[in-house]
Ligand binder design. Structure first.
Ligand code: GLC
Length: 749
């Protein structure tokens, strides 16, 4: 009976048309499936292929859209053009199917937040979700209803340019950040006019590119794939991410865009993903140079067979689907499955009921609330790596400040990679913020010194040295221009480019208190200059409000709270280096490493007592994952476990007391790590399993507790079964991955 009423009601809706909707715009899943069925019935093969076709930009697409040959357009952000092309699709095409407008809204639309690597350093999913919400509202206001984000490629290689766009080396932190962004972009109701569909990318393992060289080959055994690279995607699918993007790379000889096991067996059959898969830019036809497909027709066949629903930018589907159907190499059911997935997202977005946008109905773009969230995000994204002699925070009584370097006042560079829709006039640079904060009472002597981060000329050094000599403190703003990271922008050396290291050397000789503020899209090997500066604030690329955020930290308005989402190597040769590594059969020990300079001449070679390290770099990083200093000191004590033994299926609570032993109020990100000592496949020496941000007043102490279940200890055994094995576990509550209080417990049958 109920079904009949529903069918009748929805049928009335369809007959009356969207303008006469009897419903709020968010239809039930059942109603959506009914409407898809109704629409599919009316679609020709050309209509169906059209939905699977995404083209770049709206210009010149009018006729194809009118014929129903384009289902999505990317890289269009002009509202008038979007509404115009949408009007053609909805009012002039035969079926009136709206076009889905996509854009890379990665870390902001007009209000630019810190790059995702910086957002990860906040370890604050709620704040990241809030920033994604703001980004979605700004993008939706111009007519964009789909972002190609969040990028959730775990990356353990700082040479890779796209580490800037990632949430770093750990799958748990990446999962938490990815889900936060998906929820921020989509909300729990995609039909809201200010909601945009998210896109989990780049499915999957793109960040494992050999040599940290973009688009390069990856070899990822299934256990590693499931335990690390797939985890953020699985979490995002569970959180309802609307779309997935297949990557450019190949995995174990099979391109991601032609990988049936990953796109069908895992994504559809195991995870029941019901959104759609879009290829990355031409990644379908790039399967030809990969040597996986003979020609475009073969590429179309293998991509459809693997489960890619929509083709971005290339046109193999448009050219060959009909032929492949006629040759019975693919079936109409396969095409219908892809079209249904695409239409499902369009219905969920209520695009049929609400195809046009009116910016006047949205909050103003880059409004004060949005900028304040960007400032707060930047403050929490900045990691203090060093603060000798308590040079920071600076006193407000400081009289003379030398501001040196190419990134002190560059409104473009501080926004970082993937900031397409920025307006650099919105940017507040460190120099601007300093002048506003203390320009009335302090003399600020600014010398850019280097035109860009890559400048090799030392011609301007003299002016910089003079300014520092006449200062009470030298603030150096150095690092990488935005274009030195991001897609295809990988580096084999990851030091400070150009003459920046020399500049630090020269300024160090003057002997004034020196603070280095780094803006970069990756960890840089700053070890060679670390002893030449007194303090280091690592700001990644901090976005529109990076200037005020940096000044707030420099003067102690806020205490630094950021923690590294990625390990910082001493030198590039240590890469890959990451905290959750395996122990090996010869784990290195502090006292076993003899530095290359200290090996006796003509010493006799032996294989006894050797361990896994580098003669010239040892085995420890410059800074470990999870590390970050504060203006106060946090003391950890009183580790407690609710039990020393737990049965499979039980939970355990681990707690510790954290005390603010300093004299300023500050946040601490308390981290929980575990180690499974013995496994059917070897387990990492540490795995992040939880974190909490706490705020403590001076002298205040607080007990922080984590509850985990034995399911949280599971891994894939040799048969690729997800299991938790009985045995001994270590557990830490810590302020970073290299310290903390350690306890142990046993899991028993
Ligand atoms: C690019 C990127 C992808 C992006 C797409 C559209 O090449 O790999 O992340 O979303 O093209 O710009």
């Amino acid at each position: 009976m109920m079904q009949n009423i529903l069918t009748f009601t929805v049928t009335i809706f369809i007959l009356l048309g969207p303008e006469m909707s009897l419903y709020s715009q968010s239809m039930s899943a059942q109603e959506i499936e009914l409407r898809i069925d109704q629409l599919i019935e009316k679609m020709t093969i050309d209509d169906k292929i059209g939905q699977m076709n995404q083209r770049n930009g709206a210009d010149g697409r009018e006729d194809a859209v009118r014929k129903g040959l384009i289902g999505s357009i990317l890289n269009e952000a002009d509202t008038d053009k979007i509404n115009a092309i949408q009007r053609i699709a909805v009012e002039e095409s035969r079926l009136g199917i709206p076009v889905l407008i996509g854009r890379d809204v990665i870390h902001g639309f007009r209000t630019i937040f810190p790059i995702p690597l910086g957002l990860a350093a906040t370890w604050n999913p709620e704040l990241v979700k809030k920033g994604a919400r703001i980004s979605a509202v700004e993008a939706a206001s111009v007519g964009i209803r789909w972002t190609f984000g969040p990028m959730m490629d775990v990356s353990r290689d700082a040479r890779w340019g796209r580490i800037a766009e990632s949430f770093g080396e750990d799958h748990y932190l990446t999962s938490e950040m990815s889900v936060a962004m998906v929820q921020g972009f989509q909300t729990d109701d995609l039909s809201r006019p200010d909601a945009i569909a998210a896109c989990a990318k780049h499915y999957v393992g793109y960040g494992a590119a050999e040599g940290g060289r973009d688009y390069n080959t990856t070899y990822i055994p299934e256990g590693l794939m499931r335990e690390v690279y797939l985890k953020p995607f699985q979490a995002s699918v569970n959180a309802g991410v609307a779309t997935i993007m297949s990557g450019f790379h190949e995995i174990n000889g099979i391109p991601a865009t032609g990988n049936t096991f990953l796109l069908k067996n895992v994504l559809r059959d195991e995870w029941n993903f019901d959104g759609f898969v879009v290829s990355d830019w031409a990644s379908i036809t790039e399967m030809i140079p990969h040597g996986f497909c003979a020609d475009e027709k073969d590429a179309a066949l293998k991509a459809i067979n693997a489960g890619v629903d929509m083709e971005m930018a290339s046109d193999a589907y448009q050219k060959f689907i009909k032929q492949l159907l006629a040759e019975n190499k693919i079936t109409m059911d396969m095409i219908d499955a892809s079209v249904r997935s695409i239409l499902r997202v369009k219905f969920k977005l209520a695009l049929f009921e609400n195809p046009y946008t009116d910016p006047s109905k949205f909050p103003a773009i880059a409004n004060p609330e949005n900028l304040e969230c960007a400032r707060e995000s930047a403050v929490q994204s900045i990691v203090m790596l060093k603060n000798d002699k308590q040079v920071l925070p600076l006193s407000k009584d400081v009289k003379r400040i030398a501001v040196i370097g190419p990134l002190a006042d560059d409104p473009f560079e501080q926004l970082g990679t993937w900031s397409f829709d920025k307006n650099i006039d919105d940017t507040q640079t460190p120099l601007q913020a300093l002048r506003e904060f203390i320009g009335e009472t302090a003399k600020i002597d600014y010398v850019k010194t280097l035109e860009t981060s890559r400048t090799k000329s030392t011609d301007e050094f003299g002016k910089a040295i003079e300014a520092v000599k006449n200062s009470d403190v030298a603030l150096l703003f150095l690092g990488e221009e935005a274009i030195l990271s991001g897609e295809a922008h990988c580096r084999a050396e990851i030091n400070l480019p150009g003459a920046q290291e020399q500049l630090i050397e020269e300024i160090h000789k003057i002997g004034k208190p020196t603070v280095l503020v780094v803006m970069a899209g990756r960890p840089l090997t700053i070890g060679s200059v670390l002893d030449k500066v007194d303090a280091v604030l690592y700001a990644f690329h901090p976005g529109t409000m990076g200037g005020p955020a940096i000044v707030d930290l420099l003067f102690g308005i806020e205490s630094p709270s950021g923690k590294l989402p990625v390990t910082f190597p001493k030198m590039v040769g240590q890469i890959p280096i990451y905290y959750n590594h395996k122990n090996t059969g010869r784990p290195p020990r502090a006292d076993s490493w003899v530095h290359i300079d200290n090996i006796p001449v003509r010493v006799w070679q032996t294989s006894l007592g050797n361990e896994s390290h580098y003669l010239d770099a040892g085995y420890t990083p410059l800074f470990p994952f999870g590390f970050g200093l504060s203006y106060t000191q946090f003391k950890y004590s009183n580790l407690k476990l609710s039990s020393k033994k737990i049965k499979l299926g039980d939970k355990i609570t681990i707690s510790a007391t954290i005390k603010n032993a300093g004299d300023v109020e500050a946040d601490e990100i308390v981290q929980l790590y575990i180690r499974d000592l013995v496994g059917d496949r070897t387990r990492p020496v540490k795995e992040l399993k939880g974190f909490q941000r706490i705020r403590l007043q001076p002298g205040e102490e607080k007990s922080v507790a984590f509850e985990i279940s034995t399911d949280d200890l599971s891994f894939y055994n040799q048969k690729m079964e997800l299991v938790t094995e009985p045995g001994l576990f270590h557990v830490w509550i810590a302020g970073d991955s290299d310290s903390g209080l350690r306890g142990e417990f046993e899991v028993v049958e």
